[in-house]
Design a protein. Structure first.
Length: 169
């Protein structure tokens, strides 16, 4: 008999402990989704930061996401799909869909020929529970909401915006 089987046989709570450990290690927190910078989808916009940041913040809220944290100075916003009610990860694991976390990163890419800023906006969408069988990808939903709130000139075609999208896309 292997050592693990002996421990599990001798300790009736061991299988539950293993399940709890698995659940705890597969949940996405607000901190570790911020580490996913560079792994999402990026779109570039020709606008000032004072136009882009509010559009991102309002856009995320308008699609029903709940803000966890927003740091305007660093250009990082983290949101989730639900109001946090369950603190016990085991209770969350019993749900069919525990929700998703979304991180949005803003970074100045360049300045176009007319002197306007080009901002890269990256959206990362991850299920909170990594073993979630039905996660929803919020990326396109967030981008559509943001683009509706930006001035038309921000999304107008230009060589500089196209170059930013090619490099980051």
């Amino acid at each position: 008999m292997t050592r693990i089987r002996r421990v599990c046989a001798a300790t009736p709570l061991a299988p539950g402990g293993v399940l709890a450990a698995l659940i705890l290690t597969t949940c996405v927190s607000a901190h570790n989704i911020a580490d996913d910078r560079g792994r999402g989808e990026t779109r570039c916009y020709r606008a000032t930061y004072d136009d882009v940041w509010p559009a991102v913040e309002k856009g995320v809220k308008s699609v029903g996401l709940v803000l966890e944290r927003a740091n305007r100075e660093n250009g990082i916003l983290v949101a989730r799909t639900y109001e946090e009610k369950e603190k016990d990860p085991e209770d969350m694991a019993l749900q069919a869909n525990a929700g998703e976390r979304v991180a949005v990163f803003l970074e100045r890419d360049s300045v176009d020929k007319s002197g306007a800023d080009i901002w890269a906006v990256e959206v990362v969408s991850r299920p909170i529970f990594q073993l979630d069988p039905t996660p929803f990808d919020w990326t396109r939903t967030v981008f559509l909401a943001v683009e509706q709130l930006l001035p038309d000139s921000a999304t107008a075609p230009s060589e500089d915006v196209a170059a930013c999208n090619r490099v980051r896309g």
